[in-house]
Design a protein around this ligand. Structure first.
Ligand SMILES: Cc1cc2nc3c(=O)[nH]c(=O)nc-3n(C[C@H](O)[C@H](O)[C@H](O)COP(=O)(O)OP(=O)(O)OC[C@H]3O[C@@H](n4cnc5c(N)ncnc54)[C@H](O)[C@@H]3O)c2cc1C
Length: 440
């Protein structure tokens, strides 16, 4: 038996590797760069450490399930008794609107969200609640037939096919259901932040607001990149062979079935099954099947090391406008200092610090260290976009790969195989691939 070869050691590839290792497969994880984790990583300089990518996650059951099903529970790995180490956020993010009004969106609380919107304007709580509650059935349907059950493009249950095939897009829907633009801004925010155009995002994808309200957002003290360290340790427990600095250039297909992957060094690694946890457009054997997809491009990211007094901002602050700037103040810093990450989208014609100063958050005199990473830097660091495939309407669901692909023996995982970026969806996708491949 040649075993399973996984292409890409980001969160998607790591999650597949530990799950398949536990199922008894002989697993080889092939990673182009010198480190594992992809965007699930940290950036360090001058005593500061920032999250390179994820800072919080939704649907914590997904990561709990990953650790349980691949070995020991998360809490045991962290040396905790009766606790899994994940910490729920009180407030998912603070939205600062162009008109200077502010909404602090509570995490995991329907009542809290209604009250927060009512504070923004009388009656807005009911309006928000009606929007979010509409996704109750959507989640129930998709969870059973799409997120938690390997799905086949051409044999979806009728109600799922109807939902996924709907032409309704979020942009129009939000204009229709909200008379206050700020609610539409909040509902569309995660998509705009992830590099999508709301005119091309199907309405059902808005289920993310429901997930934020129902399950909340969660962090891990010390940073989510610790999950990467735990998964890397688990690779060893599960006997996964890891090849670093080994870019895969293609999948070798013979008689219609994948038999190996070819590396950029010209080596062929035999495989009974291949998991593509990278952008399939980069692999010639798979590229024709994803020719109509485009990546959702990463944002501009600036990590800041700040000294002295800076505003105390909570977990995440979104400064709306064009450009859109997200402040994530949760990095680790030396005593008396603060580590922020800025994420920018839109018209970034000037420095994000200047835009923030104009919005009343002026830390220009406080900067002692900064690391700027452009979208190009990020794509070249990770070989593709960790935000996966850009929404281009309802067709995108069938135009991207995963969990199966048209090539026998090839499966797809990672952000490119799921309906949007985020560890929750990527984690669910890895579970689907493990279910499809099954025990050795
Ligand atoms: C700035 C930023 C903030 C984010 N914030 C959040 C957040 O708060 N919450 C959340 O849930 N999600 C967040 N995300 C999204 C999250 O990081 C991604 O959904 C997730 O990490 C994607 O994992 P992945 O394995 O699909 O891809 P990646 O992390 O991109 O990993 C792909 C891996 O494959 C390797 N690779 C690429 N090509 C090849 C090849 N040809 N051969 C071998 N290896 C290859 C790369 O080197 C990389 O290691 C954020 C992302 C970014 C960039």
């Amino acid at each position: 038996m040649a075993g399973v070869v996984i292409i890409g050691g980001g969160y998607g590839g790591l999650a597949c590797a530990v799950r398949l290792g536990k199922l008894g497969h002989d697993v080889t994880l092939v990673e182009a760069s010198g480190t594992l984790g992809g965007a699930l990583d940290s950036v360090s300089r001058d005593g500061y450490t920032w999250e390179a990518g994820p800072q919080s996650l939704l649907v914590p059951a997904v990561v709990r399930d990953l650790f349980r099903k691949s070995g020991r529970p998360l809490g045991s790995e962290l040396g905790l008794e009766g606790d899994d180490g994940l910490v729920p956020l009180d407030v998912i993010r603070e939205h600062r609107f162009v008109d200077t009004s502010v909404l602090r969106l509570p995490s995991g609380s329907r009542r809290g969200q209604i009250e927060a919107f009512d504070e923004l304007g009388a009656g807005l709580g009911a309006s928000w609640d009606a929007y979010v509650s509409d996704f109750d059935e959507v989640w129930d349907l998709l969870r059973r037939h799409y997120f938690e059950e390997p799905w086949q493009r051409d044999s979806l249950p009728t109600d799922v096919a109807r939902l996924l095939g709907s032409r309704d897009v979020l942009h129009k829907h939000l204009r229709r259901v909200f008379r206050d633009d700020r609610l539409a801004t909040v509902a569309g925010h995660t998509f705009v932040a992830d590099g999508h155009d709301l005119r091309n995002v199907p309405v059902w994808a808005g289920v993310v607001s429901y997930l934020e309200q129902l399950f909340g957002a969660w962090t891990l003290p010390g940073g989510l990149h610790r999950l990467r360290d735990l998964l890397v340790a688990r690779l060893e427990t599960r006997g996964v062979r890891v090849l670093l600095d080994t870019p895969v250039s293609d999948v070798v297909v013979r008689n219609g079935k994948a038999v190996a992957v070819r590396t950029a060094h010209g080596q062929e690694i035999d495989a009974d099954a291949v998991v593509c946890a990278v952008d399939a457009r980069r692999l010639p054997a798979l590229a024709p099947y994803v020719a109509r997809t485009m990546p959702a491009m990463p944002p501009v990211v600036t990590h800041l090391g700040l000294n002295g007094d800076v505003p105390d901002l909570g977990h995440e602050v979104v400064v709306h406008g064009d450009p859109l700037i997200i402040i994530r103040p949760g990095g680790q810093a030396p005593e008396g200092r603060t580590a922020w990450t800025l994420i920018g989208r839109g018209k970034l014609a000037e420095d994000m610090l200047l835009v923030l100063a104009r919005a009343g958050i002026d830390v220009r005199q406080r900067v002692e260290t900064r690391v700027d990473r452009s979208p190009v830097d990020l794509v070249s660091a990770w070989g593709s976009s960790p935000y996966g495939v850009r929404w281009q309407g309802r067709g995108t669901v069938k135009q991207r790969l995963g969990p199966t692909t048209p090539v026998a023996g090839v499966y797809a995982a990672g952000a490119n195989a799921t309906p949007g970026a985020g560890l929750a969806y990527v984690g669910l996708g890895a579970a689907l691939v493990a279910t499809e491949i099954g025990p050795a």
